[in-house]
Ligand binder design. Structure first.
Ligand code: PMV
Length: 328
């Protein structure tokens, strides 16, 4: 703050966690507004949060972005600026900001760092620019940074509905208590971004229409079995829906393949765990890492038996985006 108090620096810090979809979002109806072609449903985790501080910089000529202690000037910085432009438009401000972000998950490795990142940014930036958004409007805002971020605003199980700009946001869904084991096989950056791969799927896959139609049906069934507490069916839909997503991704021209041989080995091991009586169902996002859905009773045994494949982290249902510290 200036000594005369003429320009007040406004700053807010928020934390948000990643989420893993049990019914996946894979396809946009509108690339600008980030409206999905079908709804999706996810579990927000209590691990690997992103913490983001947004401080307004009166008089600055542009935004600045630091991620994990490194100044960024690449596409991640332009995505942050585009997002802040949106917040400035809503807030009626033209002040630039400094964004400082720490990511506990490896960035860009299919571990949903964009979800926790844009959820934390939506909350921190909206507060720093003086907005007081409710969960619905925060989810709509986070959606504009990354579709899956709309769900990280919400704790535990969230459904993100297809719709228009007003009606496409995430909200809580009643569900039994679940756990997840994240098996990290490769923490490197993915070769094709999910944005590009989704577009290629829509434009070139001969199976695209069936993928969207079946996703809508899977989502409606998933919501019903979450409400009835049918955990076996929750697991079955989760695993088959993930395999369908990877099938449609592999059917693009030119083809994209995110799963590695070792990912498939983990899917096989998860099937073996099920055959021996454990509750375990596998899913994977746009990368080779595998997330395994389980129950509070079985999660430790499941995590232990998968530990020979790579680093395994156990997650319980996590909180939605929350403010850590705010001062004006
Ligand atoms: O939100 P994006 O653009 O990073 O896309 C996420 C896509 C998946 O993680 C593969 C699926 C999902 O629903 O999270």
């Amino acid at each position: 703050m200036d000594s005369d108090g003429a320009s007040i620096m406004t700053k807010a810090t928020a934390k948000a966690n990643p989420n893993i979809a049990l019914v996946k979002y894979w396809g946009k109806r509108d690339e600008e507004l980030i409206l999905p072609l079908a709804g999706s449903l996810s579990l927000t985790l209590d691990i690997l949060p992103t913490t983001t501080t947004v401080s307004l910089q009166p008089g600055a000529e542009h935004d600045t972005f630091r991620l994990n202690g490194n100044d960024k000037t690449d596409t991640s910085a332009s995505r942050v600026t585009r997002f802040l432009d949106l917040v400035r438009e809503i807030a009626g401000s033209n002040e630039h900001a400094h964004v400082e972000s720490t990511n506990d998950a490896p960035t860009g490795a299919g571990l949903a760092s964009s979800a926790s990142g844009f959820a934390a940014l939506a909350l921190a930036a909206s507060k720093a620019y003086g907005l007081d958004l409710d969960a619905k409007d925060l989810s709509r805002l986070a959606r504009r940074g990354s579709g899956s971020a709309s769900r990280s605003i919400i704790p535990n199980i969230a459904v993100w509905r297809e719709g228009d700009d007003e009606s496409s946001f995430a909200e809580s869904v009643e569900a039994p208590e679940l756990r997840m084991a994240i098996v990290t096989l490769d923490s490197g950056q993915k070769a094709v971004s999910s944005r590009e791969a989704m577009r290629r799927t829509r434009l070139t896959s001969p199976f695209h229409e069936a993928w969207i139609t079946s996703t809508r049906a899977s989502l409606e069934e998933m919501i019903a079995v979450c409400a009835s507490g049918d955990i076996e069916r929750i697991g079955q839909i989760t695993e088959s829906h993930a395999l369908r997503m990877h099938a449609v991704i592999q059917s693009t021209e030119p083809p994209i393949r995110y799963l590695s041989g070792r990912s498939i080995d983990v899917f096989d091991a998860v099937k073996g765990l099920r055959d021996s009586g454990a509750y375990a169902y596998a899913t994977a996002d746009a990368g080779p890492n595998v997330a395994v859905l389980s129950t509070p009773q079985d999660i430790d045994a499941v995590a232990r038996s998968l530990s020979n494949f790579g680093d395994v982290r156990v997650a319980a249902p996590g909180l939605g985006a929350r403010l850590v510290e705010e001062n004006a």
